[in-house]
Every structure is written in structure tokens, then in C-alpha cells.
Design a binder for this molecule. Structure first.
Ligand code: ADP
Ligand code: ASP
Ligand code: MG
Length: 424
């Protein structure tokens, strides 16, 4: 007997038929004698719809307007998961499985106060464990918890993955299965590159990079939690027949295991290609080259909650002036330009240049640590396709390249085959 947390994403619970199908997956594990807790997302498209409603009530309530209230945003957008948790509990009951729905506040899942992007601080797993031991399936609404102000707080988009891994850690589950609309983690998004290969295992550090560089198959925070709490996490498909052979395999279920480096027998140099659309670039030209300049630029941007990403500063030619380039999400570009304009005298630059609609393509692999020439291979592959590189940043296990948005998909496919990742 094992204890399993099963998470089902939006497309997996998109309608009543699919919810019924999910119930069959859950019943399979219950019938095998396992203790089960389930985490569900909202029906696909629902959260987008709810976010849209909030942002048009009243017409000006965008996140940076004085009418915007993050607590009420959370009250509205968390409702999608409330619906699916109840529906799945009913579907399970109709199959003869003892099940009960749980909202974040009922468990409770305690979060910090960052409404809209809250972090889980603590989960009291006692009641869920007690129910599981009594043979009851807890169907938990993902994406939500209870803030210190005793109000509903949501965990940021894609947050149900994080709910699932955090609950798995809290109840000391043997496994956390993230069921989605693809049958595992691929070398790149299989919707962009049909030649992408499914990976049997991915190392935590690589999965963290892939998720934070744009692969939305797992929320970044869920990977962090899985790594810290050593949660055995699989990514697998809910669309397969719940009773197909091997689906209930306890040690080797179908899908991709996210694991420690030691578990990987043959490590490739490059594991995958990630990409993030809608990046914008800002360049400050002829900036004073003196201590405090970076702080004067990035301090006010941080205060305005603008997420700055790639930062490239030139070494000054004459020790007095330099150039600084960095990226922000396209949606934040106008706000960022306004903040920088207000800082013009303090920072002391000549002009600001900007460009939106860019794409950041990243090559990820733990094997890069011990291999030279990986970056050069990317540059020549892109050059051969006539793709111009605007900026580059690297870390030990990744190379990120900023390019024109029109070439995004071509660049992904080019790099995918340049590193030999294509399906044979
Ligand atoms: P869910 O609603 O189940 O949470 P998501 O849409 O959040 O599902 O994540 C699954 C999607 O992630 C897939 O449909 C796929 O298009 C996308 N994706 C991006 N990169 C990858 C990758 N490397 N491997 C698998 N899927 C990926
Ligand atoms: N429903 C939420 C979202 O769409 C959370 C999730 O699906 O993980 O972001
Ligand atoms: Mg998701």
C-alpha cells in the first residue's frame, strides 16, 4: 500500500466527461489499496475568464490602478477550483468511492500575504491523513490557500502544481502524480516541435530551469518544493485509458520522473530547449559608469513590481560611460519606461531604447557543466538560419538567447535538432 497525491490540470477536468474519466483514474488507485488525495485545477479556460472579469470591474481595475484589490481578485479567481473539487467528489461518489471536497481554507493551507502570487507557508496535513486512513479520498481545490489576513490567497498561475507537491510533502506521500494533457516532460514543448522526445527522467535542477525559462508544464515553485522535500514527482497523461496495462504500476508509472542527478544513468549534455514569448528589451545608452547606478535603475523597478530578467552591462571603454540592456515582460514595458524616465536625472543616461515582442530561447542541460563548446554550437546553428542574436546570458547549466519574436519557433526547432534531441 502506498500514499499517493494525484493532481489533474485544467484540460483534464475541462468538462463532465473528463471529470468522470479523472474519477476512473482515482478509483484505479483506490481499488489497488492505496491512500489517495487529489488536487484539481479549474476547468480549462475558467481561470482566464475569471481574471478577465476582475480586470474589467470596474472598467479600469488593472493591477496597477487604484481600484484594483488583490484580495478580491483572489476571491474571484479561486472559485474555479471550488467547482471542480465538488464535481469530482460527486463523480467519485457515483463510482462508489468515498470522497469529500476541501477548499484551501478548510485544511488549512496557510500562505503568506502576497495575494495573487502567494507562497505556501504551512499545511496542516492531519485531517487529510486521518480521512485517507479511513479510506476517504480528499479532493482538494488547487491554486488556493488562506492568507495571514484569513482571506483566500491564490498561488499564481499554474499554482495547482504547487498545491499538489506541497500537500504530498505535508502528508508524506510516496508519490505525487501530475496528470496533464501530455504524457510527460519533453525535450521541448511538443506543440511547437512535433519531433520532441519524451524524457524518462529529468533532474530537479534542469526542471527548475526549464520551468522558469518558459516551459509551463510545471509551476517553478512546485519543482522547488519537490526538490527540497524530496517528493517523488511524476508528470503523466490523464488522457490515457485509466485501466490500460501499466497505468497502476507503483514504482514505474508511465510518464516522466523528476529526480536527483544520481538517479540518471546516462546524462546528455543538453536535456531540453525552453522558450518564453512576449519579452521586451530596454537599453539605457551612455550611462554614467559609477557605483550606485545599477541600484538606482533596478531598485525603483523592483519597487514597481517589475520582473527584470536578462541584464547585460558593457565594460566601459573610457571609464566614464557605459550601456545597460535588460529585459522585462512586454506587459510591463510601458510601466518600466515610465519608472526609468522618472529616474533619468538620478541615473544619468542619454537615451532609452526599447523593443517589444521578443522571444527568449534557452538551452538547458546539467551536462553543460563539464562540456565546452555548447554555446558556440547554438550560435552557429542560429547563424546558419540567419537568426540574429540580440542578447545572451548564461549560467552553469543554461544558455539564454534573446531574438526577434518572428523567429521564436524556428529557433526552438533549429536548436532542438542541433543538439540531437529530435525523435529518431
Ligand atoms: P495543466 O492544465 O494540466 O496544468 P499546462 O497547460 O499548465 O497543463 O501544462 C501542460 C502543457 O505544457 C502542455 O500542453 C505543453 O504544451 C506545455 N509544455 C511546455 N513545455 C513542455 C515540455 N518541455 N514538455 C511537456 N509539455 C510542455
Ligand atoms: N487554474 C489555475 C490557472 O489556470 C491554476 C492551475 O491550473 O494550476 O492558473
Ligand atoms: Mg499547469
Amino acid at each position: 500500500m502506498a500514499r499517493i497525491v494525484m493532481k489533474f490540470g485544467g484540460t483534464s477536468v475541462a468538462d463532465l466527461d473528463r471529470i468522470h474519466n479523472v474519477a476512473r483514474h482515482v478509483k484505479r488507485e483506490v481499488d489497488a489499496g492505496h491512500e489517495v488525495a487529489v488536487v484539481v485545477s479549474a476547468m480549462s479556460g475558467k481561470t482566464n475568464e475569471l481574471v478577465g472579469w476582475v480586470q474589467n470591474t470596474p472598467k479600469v481595475a488593472k493591477a496597477d490602478s487604484p481600484f484594483y484589490d488583490a484580495r478580491e481578485y483572489d476571491a474571484v479567481v479561486a472559485s474555479g477550483e471550488q467547482v471542480t473539487s465538488g464535481l469530482l467528489a460527486i463523480a467519485l461518489q457515483s463510482l462508489g468511492v468515498n470522497a469529500r471536497s476541501w477548499q484551501g481554507w478548510q485544511i488549512p493551507i496557510r500562505t503568506d500575504n502576497a495575494h495573487g502570487a502567494a507562497r505556501i507557508m504551512e499545511i496542516d496535513g492531519a485531517e487529510i491523513i486521518r480521512r485517507m486512513q479511513d479510506g476517504q479520498v480528499a479532493v482538494v481545490a488547487g491554486f488556493q490557500g488562506l492568507g495571514p489576513d484569513n482571506r483566500i490567497a491564490t498561488l499564481g498561475r499554474g499554482g495547482s502544481d504547487t498545491s499538489a507537491v506541497a500537500i504530498a510533502a505535508a502528508v508524506k506521500a510516496d508519490r505525487c502524480d501530475i496528470y496533464t494533457d501530455v504524457d510527460g516532460v519533453y525535450t521541448t514543448d511538443p506543440r511547437i516541435e512535433p519531433k520532441a522526445r519524451r524524457l524518462k527522467k529529468v533532474v530537479f535542477e534542469e526542471m527548475l530551469e526549464m520551468a522558469s525559462l518558459g516551459s509551463k508544464v510545471l509551476q517553478v515553485r512546485s519543482v522547488e518544493l519537490a526538490m527540497v522535500h524530496k517528493v517523488r514527482t511524476f508528470v503523466r497523461s490523464s488522457f490515457e485509458d485509466p485501466d490500460a496495462p501499466g497505468m497502476g504500476d507503483l514504482l514505474n508509472p508511465p510518464g516522466t520522473l523528476i529526480c536527483d542527478e544520481e538517479e540518471i544513468v546516462e546524462q546528455e549534455v543538453v536535456t531540453g530547449i525552453a522558450f518564453a514569448k512576449d519579452e521586451a528589451q530596454i537599453s539605457l545608452r551612455r550611462l554614467a559608469d559609477r557605483p550606485g547606478v545599477s541600484a538606482a535603475i533596478f531598485g525603483p523597478l523592483a519597487e514597481a513590481h517589475i520582473n527584470v530578467d536578462m541584464i547585460v552591462q558593457n565594460i566601459s571603454e573610457d571609464g566614464s560611460r557605459t550601456d545597460m540592456t535588460f529585459t522585462v515582460p512586454t506587459g510591463d514595458l510601458d510601466k518600466a519606461l515610465k519608472v526609468l524616465d522618472e529616474q533619468k536625472d538620478t541615473v544619468g543616461f542619454d537615451v532609452i531604447q526599447s523593443e517589444s515582442g521578443l522571444v527568449k530561447v534557452s538551452v538547458i542541460g546539467i551536462g553543460m557543466r563539464s562540456h565546452a563548446g555548447v554555446a558556440a554550437q547554438a550560435f552557429s546553428a542560429l547563424a546558419a538560419k540567419g537568426i540574429n542574436i540580440k542578447a545572451i546570458t548564461t549560467s552553469e547549466i543554461k544558455i539564454s538567447i534573446l531574438i526577434d519574436g518572428a523567429y521564436g519557433e524556428l529557433a526552438v526547432r533549429t536548436l532542438h535538432s542541433a543538439y540531437g534531441l529530435d525523435k529518431k
